[in-house]
Design a protein around this ligand. Structure first.
Ligand code: HEM
Length: 456
């Protein structure tokens, strides 16, 4: 129930139809625009961009309200339409209501901390392949684009985990086509003046072609799999999805849903992890003290050996570096919800039909919750410190019921990748290089991350 004070309008850069905001956004970019607004208006503010009103949510108490206490009022509706329509259909990132509940229940067991251990071997194998590649590149003192390097591993990992795909050619083709689809959905969302998708423009044709390639690929794998005896299924996610049965009805997923969920896993799981890893290399190069402690831990616990699930437990500092990277440079710096009915937060009116922008990037830098927020300090994630902090002060994987399904997958993956690669290599930034972070839909480094590989 709304109280009278809830008519208090939200502060924010008010201007006619948000036209000035659109101009400022295109001039300074989303990251600086939001940072300036936070500085000027505080933890809860409204920005209007064209006809759309968006409320920025930064304070952990407000994150809790939107994602937990009153989560039923904050759904994934219009904001997710371009991704639903153009990339993943009814996959878990975009589905809602009963469909989402059933699918999440069916898939959750594969992604528990224990469930994802089944993929450790793939994480290890793909990272060791990268070690071979990097040894050659290091001998040539080659400069690499670090994000591309990390994306090669994470795309290969996720495709092997889902489909047991081993062909490098297939991995590259699917990765490129999904990238085309994601870019298309992003530009359709941000530019309402695009021609309709059925007009045969170059951009539209490229999209439909990419989509067909991806769907054909998945349909081919599905046909081959369904032709096998179930006893002969390989142990990958697709097999698990095909055979998963609803506990109440005994129903299995339809073919379309299998395709959408498989595609969703790839969509949600490869670029995010690759960005996390490349941001970690950047942070390590900037923080020699942290890097020295990492090397000390790896040398002491692993020597020249290859990590196992057992030895990983003895590499807590390595994992804290990943968690601190996700704090200071969260690959998903914002995520959205659509407001179902009028609501009140701290006496302010949150209007039905508006959009909530949850902003982990800024929550993670909130000075009331983080000491010296700009300092890269992995020990913030020591168990006692994790327990002591506000649970919503840290939400790199979102918060509440719709928390990232792949969070344990991704933490184990990046833990293994960092352990193996930092055990053998010490990538160096170029002299005078400074990263320019920008928020697209993910957090990215707009000037790239060129690094020179050096053996340790
Ligand atoms: C560092 C890596 C990752 C980060 C930072 C991340 C972050 C997130 C965030 C913020 C959300 C909520 C998005 C929203 O509400 O719009 C999300 C959802 C999701 N993520 Fe991740 N993710 C990562 C890796 C992965 C991986 C590896 C997978 C799969 C293997 C995955 C699968 C999913 C799925 C299926 C959802 C939707 C969950 C639901 O709505 O029930 N993610 N992720």
């Amino acid at each position: 129930m709304l109280t009278d004070v809830a008519t208090k309008p939200l502060p924010g850069p008010k201007n006619f139809f948000g036209l000035k905001n659109i101009r400022t956004l295109s001039q300074v970019g989303m990251l600086k625009f939001l940072a300036d607004c936070w500085h000027e208006y505080g933890d809860l503010f409204e920005i209007q961009v064209g006809p759309q009103k968006m409320t920025a949510v930064i304070h952990p108490d407000h994150v809790r309200h939107v994602t937990l206490t009153n989560a039923a009022n904050y759904e994934k509706l219009e904001s997710y339409e371009p991704v639903r329509k153009y990339v993943i259909g009814d996959g878990l990132v975009t589905s809602t209501g009963e469909l989402w509940q059933r699918q999440r229940r069916l898939m959750a067991p594969f992604y528990t901390p224990r469930g994802v251990q089944e993929f450790a071997d793939i994480f290890l194998r793909d990272t060791l392949l990268m070690v071979d590649r990097w040894q050659k590149l290091a001998d040539q003192q080659a400069e690499v684009e670090m994000f591309d390097e990390m994306a090669l591993i994470t795309a290969s990992i996720v495709l092997k985990a889902i489909f047991s795909t081993e062909s490098d050619e297939d991995i590259l083709a699917v990765k490129e086509c999904v990238e085309t689809m994601i870019t298309y959905a992003g530009s359709s969302a941000s530019n309402p003046f695009q021609l309709p998708d059925w007009v045969p423009t170059k951009r539209n044709l490229a999209y439909w072609e990419a989509r067909e390639t991806v769907h054909n690929y998945i349909n081919g794998v599905l046909d081959a799999r369904l032709a096998l005896d179930e006893a002969d299924y390989p142990n990958d996610l697709l097999s698990k999805l095909i055979t998963a049965e609803d506990a109440e009805t005994g129903e299995r997923m339809s073919r379309d849903l299998l395709r959408d969920e498989a595609l969703t896993n790839f969509f949600a799981g490869y670029e995010t992890s690759a960005r996390a890893m490349s941001h970690a290399w950047y942070a390590l190069a900037q923080n020699p003290g942290v890097k020295a402690r990492l090397h000390e831990e790896l040398d002491r616990e692993l020597g020249d050996g290859i990590p196992t699930l057992e030895t990983l437990k003895r590499l807590p500092y390595t994992l804290r570096i990943i968690k601190e990277t996700l704090r200071l440079y969260p690959p998903a710096p914002m995520y959205a919800k659509d407001v179902v009915a009028d609501d009140e937060i701290d006496g302010y009116l949150i209007e039905k039909g508006s959009t909530i922008l949850l902003l982990p990037y800024f929550t993670h830098r909130h000075p009331d919750f983080w000491d010296e927020p700009l300092r890269f300090e992995p020990d913030r994630h020591a168990p006692a410190a994790e327990k002591a902090r506000h649970p919503q002060a840290y939400h790199p994987f979102a918060s509440g019921q719709r928390i990232c399904l792949g969070n344990h997958f991704s933490l184990l993956e990046t833990h293994i990748m960092l352990a193996i690669l930092a055990q053998r290599f010490d990538p160096q930034l170029l002299p005078d290089y400074e990263a320019e972070f920008v928020i697209e839909s993910l957090l990215q480094i707009s000037n790239g991350l060129p690094m020179v590989l050096q053996r340790r």
